[in-house]
Ligand binder design. Structure first.
Ligand SMILES: [Zn+2]
Length: 286
């Protein structure tokens, strides 16, 4: 297919916000990768998103904002993945938990599923006007576990990323959202049923190491390059995804699909997406 640059919008700045708990995530490498792929783009690394914006507020306003944000995040929790109901009032203990999380950039927020669309909205409200608009791409890395409601099968689905203003990429989602191989779940359930010890579970994970990504996986940075490109393509063309399973823009639902698209595929992008990147290069170079 002929790649047409008429409908491609090239942003001027990309901001990558750190995620302090992901030890194997190297944003410098991702920034270099992006600058190499998209001619003329400027990538800036920033502190964790909330920390970056709140640190410029005077103390009183910062405290008030944290109170307000804690309420909103507590209200963004998914209480029951099979119910879209969002009308509950958060409990004080949940609000307190969120306050602690917001004050600590390296807080590990595992185990709670949040409504990703709501998380995106909460973060968007903090982006100053001068940095909003299509020219600016904000990509927030978080360890929050996010999901979206699926009208098709009436439940929340965990997601690796949500694209928009800002784009949110979940390091927990990389591990938990795409499904692991069926055999892995079967064998794990067998081990559970027989009361196997921890060593047996670790051994099982080891056996499947090339078929799924685990927490603190050394391949995380390499995997997330593709998700960052999806975020950038969302801004440039309105469509972050590709149907070709060997392209980094493939929307993987299985761990094995993600590993294929991001790590083991012989090419990075399908010919159509490769062509768009090439045209951007020659346009900028001319
Ligand atoms: Zn493609």
């Amino acid at each position: 297919m002929e790649a047409d640059l008429q409908s491609v919008f090239i942003p001027s700045s990309i901001y990558l916000y750190e995620e302090k708990t992901a030890e194997t995530l190297d944003l410098r490498k991702i920034a270099d990768y992006l600058e190499g792929k998209i001619e003329g783009i400027k990538v800036r690394l920033r502190a964790p998103f909330l920390f970056h914006f709140l640190s410029s507020y005077p103390p009183e306003r910062r405290d008030q904002t944290i109170d307000h944000l804690a309420r909103r995040f507590a209200g963004a929790r998914v209480k029951d993945p099979s119910k879209p109901d969002r009308s509950f009032r958060p409990m004080p203990v949940e609000i307190e938990y969120e306050k602690r999380r917001l004050k600590q950039p390296d807080f590990k927020a595992f185990g709670i599923l949040y409504n990703g669309t709501e998380v995106q909205r909460i973060l968007r409200d903090l982006i100053p006007r001068k940095e909003s608009g299509l020219r600016h791409v904000h990509i927030v890395f978080t360890n929050q576990f996010i999901g979206t409601w699926d009208e098709g099968d009436l439940r929340y689905h965990a997601r690796v990323a949500l694209y928009g203003m800002p784009s949110v990429i979940s390091t927990t989602g990389v591990v938990e959202a795409p499904a692991k191989p069926r055999e892995y779940y079967l064998l794990r359930n067998q081990l559970r049923a027989t009361g196997a010890d921890e060593a047996a579970f670790l051994e099982l994970k080891e056996r499947f190491a090339d078929r799924f990504i685990d927490h603190d996986d050394p391949r995380l940075t390499q995997i997330l390059k593709g998700y960052v490109m999806q975020a950038v393509f969302f801004h440039m063309t309105g469509d972050p995804f590709c149907d070709d399973a060997t392209c980094r823009l493939y929307n993987a639902h299985w761990q094995e699909e993600m590993i294929r698209a991001q790590l083991t595929s012989e090419r990075e992008f399908c010919s159509r997406h490769q062509e768009i990147l090439r045209k951007i290069r020659s346009k900028k170079g001319s």
